[in-house]
Design a protein around this ligand. Sequence first.
Ligand code: SF4
Length: 391
Amino acid sequence: MLPLLRQIKGVHTIKGSSIELKASILVEGVSADDDSLAELGRKYKEQNHGLFGWDFEDHVDKLLPDDFCLPDGTVVQFRMNSRSPYRVRKQGSDMLLSCNGEDICTVNWIERPGFYSQKASSGRDMVKIGQIGGEDCLFFCYQNYCAHFANNKECYFCNLVSTSKTYNSVLKKKDIDDIGEVAKAAWSEGKVNHLLLTGGCFNNQKEVELVSKVIASIKRHTGFERVPGTILPSPAKGDHLKMYYETGIQAIGFSMEIWDEKLYSAICPGKSEQTSHRQFLQSIEVAVKLFGAGNVYGVFVMGLEPRETFLQGVEVLSGIGANVVPFVWSPNPGSKLEGHRAPSAAWYLDTTLEAADIVLKNGVPPGTENHCFRCDGNSLLHDALRLKGIE
Ligand code: SF4
């Protein structure tokens, strides 16, 4: 593999490390020539739009990578933007990434899992049931539905409905046994290390009952006593927290989205009516006691609030033993904020490095058994922690 060929120059950059490059690619998007895409869907893993779309443009008739790896293994989400300065082209057997025509480094598309070509015993295509995020995270969305769209109260950054209508590429509801079979097939290939399980937005009691059945099916098919990975349900509260713990999943996440309370209400009008900032915090504190420090996540869309309030959130959550997953915001098609721009790569980098310092200072166990840098092409925090020796 070629090393980094040269540091990036010009308006979009920074000094040339993988995390800087990743931040810049996530903010600017990337495109790829047809030759480099030729073996997607056969040799290399393609996008299947299990829940949200992260590209800056829709690409209904074109297979694109979900994500790719930089030379040091950093995983980067592929966000299609035909106007991006970043472009991947095929040269011999290498994929070369360039910025404004200057070669930067080779990249690797991620191998397509074998189960993507298999069928469950029900006859359904496994790839329409579960997908791999990054290199090692098996993702199931048990229901692609959110009631907030019906009354125009969806979160401003969310394109769940538009993605589902545009691509229609996965099953909206999944059969419980199918999910267990896909988990077994995926784990038996030896590449998957964690599970990520989520739905859109649900009635809490029905959701916890469904998740219990899904995890039971996964345990039955894989033989796990406790399943390494994370459940990211509609905001879990009260008795449901214990019920989620008792399903046997090792970690739980809370999609708080925005730390600043007023911005949270403005950007997430429907969700904030149902779950306040205070309720999230109370639930996270209870969840840390049940699941253990490091096994609870506050999940944020990073870039829609000031650095100061975001970092306050990291301080408070890591102070009570929770980890943080901050996704780099994509102003994606179909969301209310389509066509806007995220903050600069330098903003993301500086803010994330400070967040990593806060997490380390508070001594939160890294929780990499449930979620790691190889799962995570759209967040920079694991990469920042890797720089500080946490993998
Ligand atoms: S709660 Fe918000 S982010 Fe989640 S699916 Fe609904 S609109 Fe999208």
